[in-house]
Design a protein around this ligand. Sequence first.
Ligand code: DX5
Ligand code: ZN
Length: 215
Amino acid sequence: MLKIAPSLLACDFAELKQEVTRVKESGADILHFDVMDGQFVPNISIGLPILESLRKVTDMTIDTHLMIENPEQMIDAFCEAGSDMVSVHFEATPHIHRAIQQIKAHDKLAGVVINPGTPVESLSQILGDVDFVLIMTVNPGFGGQSFIESTLNKITWLDEYRNEHNLNFEIEVDGGVNEETGALCKAQGADILVAGSYYFKHEDYKEPVHKLKGD
Ligand code: DX5
Ligand code: ZN
């Protein structure tokens, strides 16, 4: 069953509690929480105080996407602040295996993320250790960018890899997802679609959930 993860980056932060309530009522499955440090990506977004406040007002699964350098330094804090899923970029640390184990030590779901320019085959040594893989379908740092179609074959590759090796990590995609690009990702085997600007531009948030799920 396809899961939808609205990216809060595109919500109205002045109305955060109400936005989260509306997201839950829309039938979305996961809250995607984008953390940017102005170093790993050329933008700064939201961090620990907002995550802590959010945790107090929702029981939804919170998926923290760390777009930061030295992720090991912050993993414990983001786990303790209330994340249920935490992902780190393959490009952000020479010690991706250690970073994944650090997330798992908190009993959180651990994910590895790759940028559009990183070959998916680079992940083969870590795929047996992760709960999910996040494929960036735009260059991280900003919402509202166009989907990069050449990333689609990474989903296909991962789906085949997990079947061949009897693994059950989930495949998540992030960036430029709308009803057309979302359908392409789903057809290749994606399990979780992150959607920011497309989702939050709707008046009624149930609409993008129905359209993305294709029901
Ligand atoms: C981009 C973030 C995304 C972003 C997606 O760096 O990781 O989660 O919010 O936004 P859209 O769906 O507008 O591309
Ligand atoms: Zn993200």
